[in-house]
Design a protein around this ligand. Structure first.
Ligand code: GDP
Length: 424
């Protein structure tokens, strides 16, 4: 059986914590897309961790963690993260890397940076981890799969062809020094040797595991609205964060996905550029940002202050829909306890009309939020684990959101720690 944990919004919904919680009941945890460009914050018995590439099952010794073929594999970052987790007392995690995953090359990171520099203010808020150039090359078929590293002839032929093209762009568009092919080949070979013991056919592994009745958890990165097809293009990422893509990026049968847990915060937060209808500014934003998350809303990978806003039911309903959510998981409920009244965006106003379906980007950029005001509960619900212990207004807030999303909410997170969880 396959379950997936994915984001309903712009990323940073708290998927890491939910994966850590649900990992306990899983045999395999798989990363199926994205790379080191976003982070999951996990707080457990070992301490606080910001995982970027490692699957969130690494804290459980019985779990196999997999980097699927759909991931942008930054080998140096993955190994550094592995070492840092082990150094902090976590027993050596079981980690497998797909022989079909493609490798992040140093020039992908350089091109990402150069392109953001070239675009200036018109940039997309890239984290400059090489993600867009990496996926661009993958689909241009000039990327390097892990399995190709171990065949010197293939590696040399492919890299020299790619580098020829890259060097033209480097000198003519970006005015930067060319890539040294020999140094690059040596670098990639060294990295390949370092991961060699972990490289397997993960697709075969997963299919076997499923035949044996094991439970596989697909761990999404970012969220629906960053999907290149269904999100706020071009302010999206370059791989699909949708549960549906999990079948491709992990390598499991589509029919095997039974549960899609779509994670959303009790308010909104967003890192990066693009339309964000319920965005707050000034003191109101500062207060929510500083109270949000486990230590304020600042990016787990970049440290950038996150943009924050009220809960957007229009965007989140759409986010759950495109994920095919079987349930929504609400996180950061405890953050809202300071408010007398809590606005929830239940419609958009655009071109003199009121709409409740999430529009495509050019229209979205003109949308203004229409709010419904709900009464706050004015107390601290941090760490509450029983539904009946929640104040009435808090229960009503959850019930209101559930009705708006049109998917059930059974799991509610009332704090960043693993045990701060309520099952309704
Ligand atoms: P992810 O990428 O979806 O895993 O999200 P991040 O880890 O980047 O961001 C979620 C933030 O919220 C982190 O700082 C978490 O520690 C924190 N967090 C998760 N659940 C809760 C919660 O229920 N309450 C509070 N206060 N913080 C939470």
């Amino acid at each position: 059986m396959v379950r997936s944990i994915v984001g309903a919004n712009w990323g940073d919904e708290g998927k890491g914590k939910i994966t850590d919680v649900l990992a306990e009941r899983s045999d395999v945890v798989v990363r199926f897309q994205g790379g080191a460009n976003a982070g999951h914050t996990i707080i457990n018995n070992y301490g606080k961790f910001a995982l970027h590439l490692l699957p969130s099952g690494v804290f459980h010794q019985n779990i196999a963690n997999i980097i699927g073929p759909g991931v942008a594999l930054d080998i140096e970052k993955l190994l550094a993260e592995y070492d840092s987790v082990v150094q902090r007392g976590v027993p050596n995690p079981k980690l497998y890397i797909s022989d079909r995953a493609q490798v992040m090359l140093p020039y992908h990171v350089d091109f990402d940076r150069y392109e953001e520099e070239r675009l200036g203010k018109a940039g997309f808020g890239s984290t400059k981890s090489g993600i867009a150039p990496f996926y661009g090359d993958k689909y241009l078929k000039i990327g390097i799969q892990v399995c190709q590293i171990y065949d010197e002839e293939i590696l040399r032929q492919r890299l020299s062809s790619a580098v020829e093209q890259k060097n033209v762009t480097l000198s003519n568009l970006y005015h930067k020094p060319p890539i040294d092919l020999e140094a690059l080949i040596a670098h990639v070979k060294t990295l390949g040797e370092r991961i060699r013991p972990m490289v397997i056919d993960t697709t075969l592994y997963l299919h076997k595991a499923l035949k044996e009745g094991k439970t596989v958890l697909l761990e999404g990165q970012l969220g629906s609205l960053r999907d290149p097809d269904h999100g706020i293009y071009p302010y999206t990422t370059s791989s699909s964060p949708l549960a549906g893509y999990g079948t491709v990026g992990a390598g499991v049968p589509a029919s095997a996905i039974k549960d899609v847990y779509c994670v959303t915060k009790a308010y909104s937060s967003c890192v990066g550029a693009g339309p964000f209808t319920t965005e707050l500014f000034g003191d109101e934003a500062k207060e929510l940002r500083d109270r949000g998350g486990d230590a304020g809303e600042y990016g787990a990978t970049t440290g950038r202050p996150r943009r924050v806003g009220w809960f957007d039911a229009v965007a989140t309903r759409y986010g759950c829909m495109v994920q095919g959510a079987t349930e929504a998981v609400l996180t950061n409920l405890d953050v809202l306890g300071y408010l007398d009244q809590i606005p929830v965006c239940t419609a958009y106003e655009v071109d003199g009309k009121t709409i409740t379906d999430f529009p495509s980007t050019p229209t979205l950029m003109r949308c203004k939020p229409v709010y419904t005001l709900l009464p706050g509960w004015k107390c601290d619900v941090r760490g509450v684990t029983e539904w009946d212990k929640l104040p009435e207004n808090c229960k009503n807030y959850i019930a209101f959101i559930e009705k708006e999303l049109q998917v059930p909410i059974h799991m509610i997170s009332t704090g960043p720690k693993r045990e701060e969880m309520l099952y309704r």
